[in-house]
Design a protein around this ligand. Structure first.
Ligand code: FAD
Length: 281
């Protein structure tokens, strides 16, 4: 088994909503920071207060010495408030952004002034030139709302043409979907890094629900195995660790430039996978 340098990894958090969540994230951050990742990213919710929490979390992470990449989404955003957020980040030395459309929550929230992520990327480039390293989302298994796979790919290319430097994929458990997508990029002259998004498996009911919503495929054999463990959390976690470690190994061996972990604000599942990959810190 090959070993890999730690800079090949990045870790995603969501902004904690409570004081306990914030305290716990400090511990998780310090455990993961010890692995010297390339950066930490922090998600961006639709509502106002979660947006402030993204900002606070990002500034805190950046101050601790490892780069932080805030996510930014089109939903309910105006050109003015995006400008204000970008200026604020620049003032805090934050130079990475994950630019997304976001999903409109049910209710009366407005869609905002940007319809799609490519428009947001274009706007960030227009306003700030080459200052930001812009990451966008990619969907090897096709975005759930896409008209079809070919249109979805064209739409992905629009984000690259608008100035994205790199892409992070939705999570998946079928390595072929990723390799096929990367081949398609090469055939279409897309040369930016396509970084696999990795979702560790710690339990399955939430994973099934979430995967249904975001269009991540849980292959039948995997679903059946997970279901067969019932309430046996230890068995689910052991199976998940083995499976996701194997997936990561295949992706890196097959040329994936880096891995981005959806940590769900937990360190243990990600650390266990990285130990299996024998990372060097
Ligand atoms: P887009 O690239 O705009 O695509 C959305 C859909 O519209 C696709 O079906 C696409 O084919 C279609 N489309 C795109 N452009 C056009 C066009 N010009 N004309 C017609 N159709 C078009 N959500 C959050 O709310 N907060 C987060 O912090 C967050 N972080 C994420 C991080 C990663 C790495 C990923 C993969 C997803 C994240 N999401 C987040 C979820 C994301 O917002 C949703 O998947 C959303 O549905 C799509 O976002 P996008 O940026 O890919 O959208």
């Amino acid at each position: 088994m090959q070993s890999h340098p730690a800079q090949l990894f990045s870790f995603e958090f969501y902004p904690p909503k409570t004081e306990e969540g914030a305290a716990s994230l400090q511990v998780v951050h310090s455990k993961l920071a010890a692995l010297k990742p390339d950066f930490f990213s922090v998600t961006f919710g639709a509502g106002g207060s979660t947006r402030d929490k993204t900002f606070d979390t990002v500034v805190d992470i950046q101050a601790k010495g490892i780069a932080a990449a805030p996510h930014l989404s089109c939903v309910a955003s105006t050109k003015d408030n995006i400008c204000a957020i970008l200026t604020n980040y620049q003032q805090h030395g934050i130079a990475k952004i994950v630019a997304l459309r976001g999903d409109l929550p049910s209710g009366t929230m407005s869609a905002g002034e940007f319809r799609y992520a490519n428009e947001l990327v274009e706007f960030i480039r227009l306003e700030t030139g080459d200052y930001f390293d812009i990451h966008v989302a990619a969907y090897p298994e096709v975005h759930p709302q896409a008209a079809n796979a070919a249109e979805d790919f064209k739409n992905f290319k629009r984000k690259v043409d608008a100035g994205a430097n790199s892409a992070i994929t939705q999570y998946f458990y079928t390595a072929e979907a990723y390799f096929y997508f990367v081949d398609l990029c090469e055939k279409n002259g897309i040369t930016i890094p396509i970084v696999p998004g990795i979702m560790p498996i710690t339990q399955y009911s939430q994973l099934f629900r979430f995967s249904e919503m975001c269009g991540a495929d849980i292959p039948r054999w995997m679903r059946k195995r997970l279901e067969s463990f019932g309430d046996d959390k230890t068995a689910v976690q052991a199976f998940g660790l083995d499976l996701v470690s194997g997936l990561c190994q295949r992706l890196l061996d097959g040329g994936a430039p880096s891995l981005h972990f959806y940590t769900m604000n937990q360190s243990a599942p990600t650390v266990a996978i990285l130990e299996n990959l024998q990372i060097k810190s």
